[in-house]
Write a protein that binds this ligand. Structure first.
Ligand code: CMC
Length: 389
């Protein structure tokens, strides 16, 4: 039989060619369509970046206005989607509510799911960008037992999302420009990261001919794991546990180094970054600014900084090139904004959406696309027989 190379976790196997995102993990470089992440985070907006990722170039002012306008016109969910949320227990994890909600929502668009029709791909791109944030906000409202608001199409993408989540709070809080700007930046930082587990999932599911909603719903599920997007939730849980246990940060770090009970330092380490994650640097700055603006003094931020300091100076982490990743400080910001911990990974999903869409679309444009079908090395029993007479 033919030779099959074994590569657990795809450490050394490219699954595709791509023109979307460039990473140099040794140097800590991340670029979307050639633009450094630092420039985009400082000077661009999430919608602009979404356009860039999906269509390949930054939009002109007119193109951006058109893109923004058409997204605003598609934000409303079918009214019957309220029964989907009604059917869930209030304890439902918002990530489960989100992926299930997206799949449920696609049943309203069965006349336009054919992946071979370019106009359908366009309208579903817009539907996803417009409606996923609404589904996400409803997953949040369901979990806290509050009323769902209708989207307000006079508002921009991030303002609308904040209002859907916090519309019951004071206007000055919801529309605080520092919060709007910080969330916009966080979404930009999460917007794509080449062939990570969830994006590879989106591509693999898409390679079977499954539509964009099904593929991205699968991507959301892949993102939910604590080694991937779920790490932002896990970081806050970890910080809370350290605080509540009364043990010192050093004691916790020793536990991680001794691999006691499989404890890891969540928000640290990365498959491709063997240097400081460039996104984490920007998030860290932003965390300080948001807490200052809101007048919050969160001991968990101090704890996170202490943990980072100790880890960066420790040989265990140095030898293994483990640095804070994007998830290390995001939770502190989301918490300050008022999001419950279980919403954190949902926010990651909204940020990653343009990347998933861009990658799904690219994989369909590529004439060399084949169904994804990894090989295996069979390790089981040789042929045997029932021997029943
Ligand atoms: N804490 C303690 N030790 C670690 C950590 C960590 N966070 N990450 C890796 N290591 C150790 C690991 O135990 C191994 O040690 P040894 O050589 O003694 O066995 C060594 O470092 C190499 O790690 P690996 O598991 O082979 O690395 P990987 O590329 O397979 O895993 C990772 C990458 C991100 C899954 C891992 O670093 C991890 O579990 N980190 C914590 C979870 C996390 O923060 N995930 C978010 C990733 S960034 C955003 C995203 O993708 O969502």
């Amino acid at each position: 039989t033919g030779l099959t190379a074994l590569d657990y976790g795809f450490v050394n196997t490219a699954s595709t060619r791509s023109r979307i995102t460039y990473i140099d993990g040794e140097a800590g470089i991340l670029r979307y369509r050639g633009y450094p992440i630092e420039e985009l985070a400082r000077q661009s907006t999430f919608l602009e970046v979404a356009y860039l990722l999906i269509y390949g170039n930054l939009p002109t002012a007119d193109e951006l206005a058109e893109f923004d306008g058409v997204i605003r016109r598609h934000t409303l969910l079918h009214e019957d989607m309220k029964y989907y949320f009604e059917g869930l227990p209030h304890t439902a994890h918002p990530m489960a509510a989100l992926s299930g909600g997206l799949q449920a929502m696609s049943t309203y668009y069965e006349d336009s799911l054919d992946t071979a029709v370019p106009e359908f791909v366009e309208v579903n791109t817009i539907r996803l960008l417009a409606k996923l944030p609404v589904l996400a906000a409803y997953a949040h409202k369901k979990s806290v037992g509050q009323a769902f608001l209708y989207p307000d199409n006079n508002l921009g993408f991030v303002e609308n999302f904040l209002r859907l989540n916090f519309g019951n709070m004071a206007e000055e809080y919801v529309m605080n420009p520092v919060l709007v700007d910080a969330l916009d930046k966080l979404l930009i930082l999460h917007a794509d990261h080449e062939q990570n587990a969830s994006t590879s999932t989106v591509r693999l599911v898409g390679s079977t001919g499954a539509n964009m909603f099904s593929s991205i719903s699968a991507g959301i599920n892949a993102l939910s794991g604590p080694l991937h997007g779920g790490a932002n939730e896990a970081v806050l849980d970890m910080l809370g546990q350290i605080r509540d246990s009364g043990q010192s940060v050093q004691t916790f770090v020793e536990k991680v180094k001794n691999k006691e009970d499989g404890v890891k330092l969540m928000g640290f380490g990365h498959r491709v970054y063997k240097n400081y994650d460039p996104r984490a640097r920007i998030v860290k700055e932003s965390a300080g600014r948001v807490l200052e603006e809101l007048g919050i003094n969160d001991p968990l931020l101090d704890l996170a900084q202490e943990l980072e300091q100790i880890a960066l100076e420790d040989d265990y982490f140095k030898e293994r090139k483990l640095y804070p990743n994007v998830d290390f400080y995001t939770g502190v910001i989301y918490k300050a904004m008022g999001f419950p911990t279980r919403m954190f990974t949902v926010l990651f999903a909204i940020g990653r959406l343009p990347g998933w869409i861009a990658q799904w679309r690219e994989s369909h444009e590529d004439s060399l696309t084949k169904i994804g079908r990894p090989q295996q090395l069979y390790m089981g029993s040789p042929e045997r027989h029932l021997n029943r007479s």
